[in-house]
Structures are given as C-alpha cells and as structure tokens.
Ligand binder design. Structure first.
Ligand code: BMA
Length: 380
C-alpha cells in the first residue's frame, strides 16, 4: 500500500512516466490514493459523518445536508458507518437504513466526492456493543461471586473478545460470517454504470483508547495486529482493488505504543488521527499538535496519506473554535481532510446553520484551501 503512494508521488512528479502508465491500468483504489495525494497538496477537504441523513433540527429528509445549507456545497469527504451490518440488520447503530447508506454513497461518488466507511460493530463474544467499559465493570462486579461458586472460568471475560474471534477462538467462525456480510455490502457499491466505487475503509479505529473492545488493555498488541490482518486479508480477497485502508489512533498517541500495535506500513494507505476536544482548549492544542507532529512525520516518511479522520468539539459553545483552535494546527500539518463527527439531535460536531460556530465556519470555508465537493470534482 505504501508502495502505491510512493508510486503515485513519483508519477505526479514525472509526466513522462505518467504518460506511460495509462489510468485504466491502475485500480480504482490506486486512483483514489493518487487523487487524494494531489488534494492533500492543494488544500484541506472538509469531511462530515452521516451528513445527508440528519442534522440540526431535522432527520431523514432527502437532498438535505447541514454542510450544504451553510456553505452551498457538500463535504469533500462523507463518512458512513456499517455498525449492525454484521447482524444482518436493516439499519445501522444510529438507525440509518443500509439501503439509504448505499444510495448516498453512490450520490456522493457521482457528485465527485470521496467516501469513508467505519464499522462500530457489536461485541461478538458478549453480544453487547463496540463499547466495552460497561461490560468490563459488570464482569468485575460479578467476579468475586463467580469465584466463590467456582464458575469464574465459565463466564467470558470482556478482554478475551479479540482472542475469541481469531483462528482457533470460540467465535472465529461467527466473525468470518460477519466479515462476509461486510464484504457483501461493500461489494454492492457501484456507480450507475456498474463500476465499483472506491472508498476509504477505517476499521478498528481509536485502538489506543480503552473504550472499544479492540482497544488498549482490551486485547494484546499481537491480538490487535492479528485482528487487522484477518480483517484486511478477508475483505481484500474480494475488494483489494477498491479499498484505501485507513488506520486511525486517537488523541494521546504514545510513540512506543504506536509502534507495537502498528499493523504494518504495507497494510495502511492513510494514517489518521481521531482528535476531539473533550477537556480544556490548552490541553487539546498541546496534545493535538504533539500527535500531529509525530503522525505527520510518520506518514511522510512512510509514504502515506494523512488526515484528521474524526474531530470536533461536541456541541461547541465556542464561536471561533474552527478558525482559532483547529485551523492553525491544520496549517502546521498538511492534512488531506478533517472530518467532523455527526450532527445528531443530542450531539453535534460539524458545521450547521444556526450554531454559534456557523459564521466562523462559513468564513473559513470561503478560503481557497478549504475544499468541498465542487472544488475537488475536477481534480481526478
Ligand atoms: C459515537 C457517538 C454515538 C454513535 C457512534 C457511531 O461517537 O456519536 O452516539 O452511535 O459514534 O456513530
């Protein structure tokens, strides 16, 4: 994968070579990587999760988007989530029908935009959600009693979830059916001519935090890497030509830990940081700059795309957060895109008309380096 971007960079630098490598001979994923490499030089795309499904004060309208309503264009990158597809559900974990997700992916592609897909899947061992903290607490609370009655080894420990789905584990066969369901859905993403739509796939994100069952302290480094490899090898049997693989740690990257959980340069096309402001502004700026410094250098050195794959300040009360807090950090570290999480009824992270942050975002969006769908449409 790294090789794909290195080749892309060489091709960009050398038109003679470019002429000798016809576009048609490159896979859609390679073409998307090259396009994003160009875009990363050109400016920063705005991205938004679940942009066309719901927003501030509305849900499920067709042809509506908070981004479009505020700036007159769709996000350059739209994000979608497959959580629930593994169960055969008709709707994802945030009640978005998968049929609608497919339709919006096609629309985003046909308007020239880029697609990224995450997967907040359920816990295959416990039957609970991707979030493990409540499971862990319940398990710890029950443990003394279970020990007393000699049943402690009969109850699955939350931290054995990843182990259970790897080869030899009790849930391995089930997990393969989950991977197949993901593959089946992703295989249906085709444009109106029947051509496969390339997209960014970003599983197992925020793996250095402890909140997901694949996170820090919830499985070993080796188990995490095996999980990545199993997932990628399985899905790539069918879809290697269309997937740009993205790996995203969360804010608070510790280099030594990053290296020991890293799935491998050849397995990652896009390095991302998921970086929310939860605490003070000063802490956020300090931590975010430190992580961006480290990851930006890593991405450059290893020939990968680089992005802020999730970001935002929940229900931001700060009118100038975008331009004053986020923007300077992005200027220091050339990102391909920054992606705000969803604008749901109870929590919003992205831009929208009527918010305290609306004017600030609108002004920032006018600057030429801020890229939306119309800006990137012609850049192939
Ligand atoms: C989280 C929250 C949840 C949501 C999940 C998946 O960050 O927004 O409410 O269910 O993402 O979209």
């Amino acid at each position: 994968m790294r090789t794909r971007l290195l080749i892309a960079t060489m091709l960009l630098a050398c038109t003679a070579m470019q002429a000798r490598t016809p576009k048609a001979s490159k896979t859609p994923a390679q073409q998307l990587i090259e396009r994003m490499a160009k875009l990363q030089k050109r400016g920063i795309m705005y991205g938004h999760h679940d942009d066309p499904f719901y927003g501030l004060g509305w849900e499920w309208d067709e042809e509506r988007s908070d981004t479009y309503s505020l700036v007159g264009d769709y996000p350059g990158v739209m994000s979608f989530d497959l959580g629930g597809i593994e169960m055969g559900d008709a709707k994802n974990l945030d009640s978005v029908p998968f049929i609608r997700i497919r339709e919006e992916i096609v629309k985003q592609h046909e308007r020239g935009g880029i697609i990224t897909i995450s997967w907040h899947l359920r816990n295959p061992l416990l039957g609970t959600t991707a979030w493990i903290e409540a499971d862990q607490k319940a398990y710890e609370a029950a443990l003394p009693y279970l020990k007393k009655i000699g049943q402690a080894d009969k109850v699955p420990a939350p931290h054995s979830t990843v182990k259970s789905i790897l080869p030899g584990g009790s849930q391995h066969a089930k997990f393969l059916t989950w991977l197949q369901r993901v593959t089946d859905f992703l295989s249906t993403l085709k444009d109106s001519k029947g051509n496969a739509i390339p997209f960014i796939f970003r599983p197992w994100h925020e793996y250095n935090g402890g909140w997901f069952w694949w996170g820090k302290g919830r499985c070993t480094d080796e188990e995490f890497k095996q999980l990545w490899i199993l997932t990628q090898n399985y899905i790539n049997r069918t879809l290697s030509d269309v997937i740009v693989w993205s790996c995203s740690p969360n804010l608070g990257v510790v280099p030594a830990e990053f290296y020991s959980r890293w799935p491998g340069d050849e397995r990652v096309d896009l390095l991302g940081l998921d970086a929310y402001q939860w605490g003070t502004e000063a802490d956020y700026i300090q931590q975010c700059n430190a992580d961006l410094d480290f990851l930006d250098a890593y991405a450059k050195e290893h020939g990968m795309l680089f992005a802020m794959t999730e970001c935002g300040y929940k229900n931001s009360p700060d009118a100038t957060w975008w331009s004053r807090v986020l923007r300077p950090m992005m200027d220091k570290h050339p990102l391909c895109y920054f992606l705000a999480w969803r604008n749901a009824q109870h929590e919003h992270f992205g831009c929208a008309p009527g918010l305290a942050t609306a004017d600030d975002f609108k002004q920032m969006a006018k600057q030429k380096e801020m890229l939306f769908t119309k800006d990137i449409k012609k850049i192939k």
